[in-house]
Design a protein around this ligand. Structure first.
Ligand SMILES: Nc1nc2c(ncn2[C@@H]2O[C@H](COP(=O)(O)OP(=O)(O)OP(=O)(O)O)[C@@H](O)[C@H]2O)c(=O)[nH]1
Ligand SMILES: Nc1nc2c(ncn2[C@@H]2O[C@H](COP(=O)(O)OP(=O)(O)OP(=O)(O)O)[C@@H](O)[C@H]2O)c(=O)[nH]1
Ligand SMILES: [Mg+2]
Ligand SMILES: [Mg+2]
Lengths: 278, 286
């Protein structure tokens, strides 16, 4: 028997609503469901298999398809020439600084050394915040005075790492609105000057549809390589993960699961899609 | 008063010379899309558009008003119903406590509020009730220095409740005492306990929930938990200088049955505005 629009449409509305309620952006939800519909119509199903089950199974696969094939961060670290320069970017308050400290700890556990580069020379208390993290996890922090050039700090950190055989430079940057032309120019300049090996876009799982806008802007500005989604431990569905992946098609490598140094885990597509579908 | 795209939808209604069911449904769909794009909660959007449809089809326009003016008025009134009127911020001695999710903008907003009251002639005092986040003490201290406001904090303490108690004692001369607290969410039960204890110590005149404009509608449960724990007197929506419309924050306002008191529109300490419904509504409607 072949599926037609009438078999499929009653479920599509419900699936679209479930995405919306999980905080997936409206346009992303619509695109996913439209693509699902065009994939389903004309499909042949066995007599005994009911169409609702078929649609839901196809929906799960459609969600899994939104996520680009997994990028193994530790394989990347293993294979790349050292020191590896990783730049962290994103809007205000999403968790960049805390995530850097967690990544540093995770690298240590895999046997890699790292330095923290304090590229936020702007915000009140930013230098002291990263300093304290460095102290807590016993890692060197490279910093300049407040108001200094972020690119110069990161450049310094790379030089330091080359001279001292440090494996990874973790470059922190100030949070910035994707709508602020000057700050987006600054981040482009930081990229030009420090030539990072990996650019990580950090966003928060509690974000709504604005995750689409900011992912798009940051990706257009600096060509993001990977994404880290923080605050997945807050009581939210995390649809922002789907919005971001669908929009910029870059892999999510980690999720932040709390405020402690151990609270980070590698992103797993099947696990995440399972969560969304619960 | 309404955004330009919504004005176009209303224009469609009146082109037909009369208000009919089909064009009203079209308008409702346009409004639904705009609000869903702005992260307003699905059920809230449904309730709102049902009301608009019902009123548009069944209410008689008042004498002298065109059907078009009448529909615009209905949309505006129903939006105002969920967004709320301007909030009265009393210009008097008071203690304010800020709470909210991690990274929402509390510390920055605390300093903005101090700046706001100082400009109105009320001497502020900032108390750093965040003993958890690395650098929290330095952050608020530096911001206080920028506006020359009195500040109290204990850099090495791990007891937020004690720090706040001591701060209230020290800052007896401040007319408006603003207590900044650490970020927390509803599943961190030890942090929710801490917040309840700080609340008991401060007995604030105003408890503001600080919410990022880009938050998703999942914030609904958060708002509920904060409200059940300590009672929320108002919401401050931050980071409206980006592209976020604040629909998620609005869901929180509706869930906690409270009002929007202030809007944060940038990182500078003067980038705080009193809430004014009209521009917020047109931003929401895109
Ligand atoms: N619950 C939870 N909180 C987190 C997580 N990641 C970060 N945070 C908290 O979020 C808040 C902001 O974190 P920061 O690391 O300062 O964020 P940021 O992006 O560096 O902020 P700016 O530099 O000001 O733009 C802090 O209170 C962190 O403890 C997470 O995965 N879960
Ligand atoms: N663009 C913009 N940034 C803001 C606004 N309000 C706060 N920020 C920024 O958002 C980030 C987080 O602000 P904080 O004041 O540290 O947030 P918080 O709620 O105290 O964070 P925690 O204490 O970790 O929960 C900082 O980079 C601020 O400068 C705003 O209205 N607009
Ligand atoms: Mg930071
Ligand atoms: Mg804070």
């Amino acid at each position: 028997v072949f599926l037609d629009e009438d078999d499929v449409e009653p479920y599509l509305e419900e699936l679209k609503l479930s995405l919306l309620k999980s905080d997936v952006a409206l346009e992303v939800s619509e695109k996913i469901v439209e693509k699902l519909e065009s994939n389903l119509v004309g499909e042949e199903i066995k007599w005994r298999e009911n169409s609702e089950k078929y649609v839901k199974k196809a929906f799960k696969e459609a969600l899994i398809d939104v996520f680009p094939s997994e990028f193994n961060f530790f394989d990347f670290i293993e294979e790349k020439d050292k020191p590896i320069n990783i730049l962290f970017v994103g809007t205000n308050g999403v968790g960049k600084t805390t995530t850097i400290a967690k990544i540093s700890k995770a690298l240590e556990e895999k046997g890699y050394s790292s330095v923290l580069a304090n590229g936020d020379t702007f915000r009140a208390g930013a230098i002291q915040q990263l300093d304290k993290h460095g102290e807590n996890i016993d890692k060197k922090v490279i910093k300049h005075e407040k108001g200094g050039d972020p690119a110069a700090v990161i450049y310094d950190a790379v030089e330091y790492s080359e001279a001292n055989n440090v494996d990874v430079v973790l470059g922190d940057t100030a949070g910035r609105m994707h709508t602020d032309v000057n700050l987006m120019d600054q981040i482009k300049k930081i990229k030009r000057v420090t030539k990072p090996d990996l650019i990580v876009f950090v966003d928060e799982a509690v974000a709504g549809s604005d995750a689409v806008e900011r992912a798009k802007e940051f990706d257009e500005a600096v060509d993001v390589d990977a994404v880290i989604l923080s605050k997945i431990d807050a009581d939210v569905k995390g649809g922002a993960a789907i919005s971001i992946s669908h929009t910029i098609e870059k892999p999510i490598i980690f999720v932040g699961t709390g405020q402690g140094y151990e609270d980070i885990k590698e992103f797993n597509t099947d696990w995440f899609v399972g969560q969304i579908l619960e | 008063k309404l955004g330009s795209s919504l004005k176009n939808s209303v224009r469609k209604i009146v082109k037909k010379g009369r208000i009919d069911k089909e064009t009203v449904n079209e308008l409702a769909t346009d409004i639904q899309r705009a609000l869903l794009k702005s992260d307003v909660d699905v059920e809230l959007v449904q309730e709102l558009t049902d009301k608009i449809k019902d009123r548009a089809l069944n209410e008689e326009p008042p004498k002298g008003a065109s059907s078009r003016e009448h529909v615009i008025r209905i949309v505006y009134e129903e939006m105002l119903e969920i967004v709320g009127e301007e909030t009265e911020v009393p210009m008097e001695e008071q203690d304010i406590m800020l709470v909210g999710l991690q990274g929402s903008g509390k510390t920055t907003t605390a300093a903005k509020l101090a700046n706001y009251f100082q400009k109105k002639g009320l001497k502020p005092g900032l108390i750093c009730g965040d003993t958890f986040r690395p650098g929290a003490y330095n952050q608020l201290k530096e911001l206080s220095q920028r506006i020359d406001s009195v500040f109290y904090g204990e850099k090495e303490s791990e007891d937020a409740i004690q720090v706040v108690k001591n701060g209230l004692n020290e800052l007896k001369d401040s007319k408006v005492r603003i207590v900044d607290t650490a970020g927390r969410h509803s599943l961190e039960s030890d942090l929710i306990d801490e917040m309840e204890q700080i609340n008991e110590v401060v007995e604030p005149d105003k408890k503001f929930l600080v919410i990022d404009a880009s938050i998703g509608k999942g914030v609904k449960d958060q708002a509920n938990s904060f409200n059940e724990a300590i009672g929320i007197d108002g919401v401050i929506i931050t980071k409206l200088d980006g592209t976020a419309k604040g629909g998620g924050a609005l869901t929180a306002v509706s869930e906690a049955e409270t009002n929007i008191a202030f809007l944060g529109t940038g990182e500078k300490l003067n980038e705080l505005e009193e809430f004014e419904p009209d521009s917020f509504i047109s931003r929401l409607l895109g």
